[in-house]
Design a protein. Structure first.
Length: 115
């Protein structure tokens, strides 16, 4: 079964930066599009960023210009560089892939932006 393992979350002050990682296994990594989602308390899970097999990226309106998604196929890893963080970015961040008709999620990593 596909495994996605996120890391890199933590507590950061407003204006700070974090880089999340998502390590994938049991999947042909280079043939799949990967996404980052987030879910804040009391809110629906929302799409943050996506990266396709050929490196094309897309971002949610609230993070455009501040977050950068990237991938390293040789490491089967997707990254989310988050800059200029605000308290509104506080959420659990999840890595996602849809493969063979099934949605696969990581366990999530908590990001808290607070002074």
């Amino acid at each position: 079964q596909v495994q996605l393992v996120e890391s890199g979350g933590g507590l950061v002050q407003p204006g700070g930066s974090l880089r999340l990682s998502c390590a994938a296994s049991r999947i042909t990594f280079s043939l799949n599009t990967f996404d980052w989602y987030r879910q804040a308390p009391g809110k629906l899970r929302e799409l943050v960023a996506s990266i396709s097999t050929d490196g094309r990226t897309a971002y949610g309106d609230s993070v455009e210009g501040r977050f950068t998604i990237s991938r390293v196929n040789a490491k089967s890893t997707v990254y989310l560089q988050m800059d200029s963080l605000t308290p509104e970015d506080t959420a659990v961040y999840y890595c996602h892939v849809r493969t063979m008709g099934n949605d696969r999620w990581g366990q999530g990593t908590q990001v808290t932006v607070s002074s």
